[in-house]
Ligand binder design. Structure first.
Ligand SMILES: [Zn+2]
Length: 284
């Protein structure tokens, strides 16, 4: 208990990736229940990053009520304001998880210009008209092609957008893959990782460590490759963001103690979060 208390005092941790009732797939979470869970977990703050994907591939769209996967930004922000007053002991930030996708570029840019957020988390969920979660993406691809093309898509779209704070779950594509190679390693994709990490480092943007990736997926458990973080540090990267990608309150801050120590062991002094689009670094 003593250890736990001193840890909490010394390390202010923020969960920068959470979904609430405003996400199409967030029906089991609410802003209030997740904020209360964050307090119980000893976090200093959390950000709600509800989904916004303008384009949803037909294979998935046909199974869903809410397409495109957008949310009511004004309603989400009003609810965050309400919960901020209700639970003042924790910092709550207004975010969005924007789905990078080539044909949605203009819509994304317009939405970001017209709305104010604390944090913009940019992720790739859909590519090549397929959804890695629903299937199709891996067909006809070996693991190296599938993972490499996903990373190249992140790089292409993020350097087009430029208006974002954090790159979300770079290893999302490994979660649902059918291959025995269930983790993404720097050594297999050094050039594209150098491009992504170099861009983030040069532009003061953050790399997300998404703790939802490092759990069991049908007997496969992806791991986080230390070499990716070591290389980010080598390229001058300072901003590493922790995100649970929670869709229900029990996962808020999941494994953050373990991964904040992991980040520290790779030479980073801080974890990152954002307020009014401004990078804030907290000493680990
Ligand atoms: Zn996501």
């Amino acid at each position: 208990m003593l250890l736990m208390n001193s840890y909490r005092k010394m390390t202010r941790l923020y969960d920068n990736h959470n979904h609430s009732q405003f996400s199409f797939d967030g029906k089991k979470a609410s802003v209030e229940s997740s904020a209360r869970a964050a307090v119980s977990a000893g976090l200093a703050g959390l950000c709600f990053t509800d989904h916004c994907d303008f384009y949803v591939p037909p294979m998935k769209a046909s199974h869903e009520d809410l397409v495109p996967e957008q949310f009511d930004i004004a309603a989400q922000q009003a609810e965050i304001d309400r919960v901020r007053c209700l639970i003042p002991e924790i910092e709550i930030f207004k975010g969005i998880e924007i789905g990078l996708e080539e044909r949605s570029r203009e819509s994304i840019r317009k939405l970001l210009a017209e709305n104010e957020f604390d944090e913009v988390l940019a992720s790739v969920h859909y590519l090549d008209d397929t959804d890695p979660f629903w299937g199709g993406y891996y067909q006809g691809k070996d693991w190296k092609t599938a993972y490499g093309h996903y990373l190249e898509t992140i790089y292409r779209e993020m350097t087009w957008l430029t208006d974002f704070d954090i790159i979300g779950h770079f290893d999302y594509v490994a979660r649902y893959a059918p291959y025995p190679e269930c983790s993404i390693f720097y050594r297999d994709f050094p050039d594209i990782f150098d491009s992504i990490l170099g861009y983030l480092a040069d532009n003061g943007k953050a790399l997300e460590i998404n703790t939802k990736t490092y759990q069991d997926y049908s007997g496969r458990t992806p791991v986080l490759d230390k070499d990716i973080l070591l290389r980010f540090r080598e390229l001058g990267g300072e901003a590493v963001s922790l995100g649970s990608d929670s869709h229900f309150p029990e996962r808020v801050g999941d494994k953050f103690r373990l991964y904040s120590e992991f980040i520290k062991a790779c030479g980073f002094k801080y974890t990152a979060h954002f307020s009014r689009r401004k990078l804030i670094l907290e000493t680990i």
